[in-house]
Design a protein around this ligand. Structure first.
Ligand code: IMP
Length: 399
């Protein structure tokens, strides 16, 4: 059985932990979009691992596939491999020759553009790299082994982006990136062919989503989104597999809401309430260390995320963070310019949530948590199958 794990909010839902918890049942863990903007934190034997590019399932000895829909910064990739090696963990990965390459120039362009756009990106060069891809001036991983082609390609790309870079600097960048990947040359393959054959031969694949549904380029809070389809549709194009290969969708949702970067956030909390939740939940970005914005549970967004992803089961994370909160305010509809909405409209900037009060819980056996779960199930039509109440794998309950 092949299963997709997708974030139902603004990223940072705890997908890394859930993927790690589920990974034992799978042979392969495959990523289909994004790059080092993602940050998946996993705690193993008291030690924290932060993955940005490599699918977190490699910690369980699974084969990690970096699909064609990804944008890969070889420097960041090598840093992660080094950390794994230092822990005597083999990075058993396959990299798509069709994935696009993030260079130091993309990071520079990202910083410049974000000053204008104010999205609050992770500055990892993700947007500029996808811009080049869709402009059809992109540089792909496989191209790095054809030096002359790669240099002229990157040169054209940078000049189209309005960045004046000396020819020698481009040459240096290309040969540095190529040299880094030399030791991985045999791991660079047509992953779509490998993956389809693996599934044909009975291997089970977990599709590891990155970011969350509301950072999706189509369904998120545009323009405050990332540059890819983070929702389930991204899997098909980002790995080259047919829809019928996805047998189940598990949506990961935090018990409350968080967001990093700019953009609308209807249930956002401020002041004391926000500080309390942020500190208790350790809500600081895994990639950038930025303090996350925090907010009340938002069932309007969860309902929409369930709809567009076809969520079958939900993994509800960080329920321990809300324990002891007596009065929970849960958004059930939005009022946007005088009209009531059950689903978020394309622009939620002016939407004010309508709240219902629920009783908080004291621990995971408290009946009030069951009522909260039941309400999520009513709203989303999906079954809450897992609850997570701490970063360690054993703090996960299967319902
Ligand atoms: P970018 O993906 O770096 O272009 O950033 C675009 C937006 O997505 C910014 O608001 C980022 O903070 C946000 N973002 C990107 N990746 C993640 C993630 O893995 N978790 C949470 N937010 C993210």
């Amino acid at each position: 059985m092949n299963v997709a794990v997708i974030g139902m909010q603004f990223g940072d839902e705890g997908k890394g932990k859930i993927v790690d918890f589920l990974a034992e049942r799978f042979d392969v863990v495959a990523r289909f979009s994004g790059g080092s903007n993602a940050g998946h934190t996993i705690v193993r034997d008291g030690e924290k691992f932060k993955f940005h590019i490599i699918p977190s399932g490699v910690l369980r000895g699974k084969i990690g596939v970096l699909g064609n829909g990804m944008v890969i910064n070889p420097r960041k990739l090598m840093d992660e491999i080094k950390i794994l090696n230092e822990h005597s963990i083999k990075a058993n990965i396959l990299i798509s020759s069709r994935a696009h390459v993030v260079t130091r120039f993309h990071e520079e362009i990202d910083a410049v553009q974000d000053k204008e756009l104010g999205i609050g990106t992770t500055r990892q060069g993700i947007g500029p790299c996808y811009q080049a891809k869709y402009q059809r001036s992109g540089l792909r991983i496989g191209d790095l082994f054809n030096l002359n082609f790669a240099v002229s390609r990157l040169r054209k790309q940078l000049s189209l982006a309005g960045l004046n870079v000396e020819h020698r600097a481009i040459e240096r960048e290309i040969s540095e990136l190529r040299n880094m990947l030399l030791s991985l040359k045999k791991n660079i393959v047509d992953t779509e062919i490998w993956l389809n054959h693996a599934m044909d031969s009975g291997k089970n694949v977990l599709f590891e989503g990155s970011q969350g549904s509301f950072l999706d380029i189509d369904f998120g809070t545009y323009p405050f989104v990332t540059s890819t389809n983070t929702t389930v549709g991204g899997i098909i194009a980002g790995l080259g597999i047919a829809p019928r290969r996805i047998h189940k969708v598990i949506g990961v949702a935090k018990a409350y809401m968080t967001r990093v970067g700019s953009g609308p956030f209807p249930t956002e909390l401020f002041g004391e309430d926000a500080n309390f939740l942020r500190e208790r939940g350790g809500e600081y970005g895994a990639t950038t260390g930025r303090p996350r914005r925090v907010g009340n549970p938002d069932f309007v967004l969860l309902k929409y995320a369930s709809l567009i992803n076809g969520v079958d089961e939900i993994a509800l994370t960080k329920v321990d963070v809300l324990s002891g909160v007596l009065d929970l305010q849960v958004a059930t509809t939005y009022n946007c310019n005088g009209e009531t909405y059950d689903f978020p409209p394309p622009n939620i900037e002016d939407c004010v949530p309508k709240y219902e009060s629920m009783n908080g819980w004291t621990d995971i056996d408290d009946e009030n948590l069951n009522l909260f779960i039941k309400k999520i199930e009513d709203f989303t039509g999906a079954r809450v199958k897992y609850i997570s109440y701490g970063p360690e794998p054993e703090k996960t309950e299967v319902l």
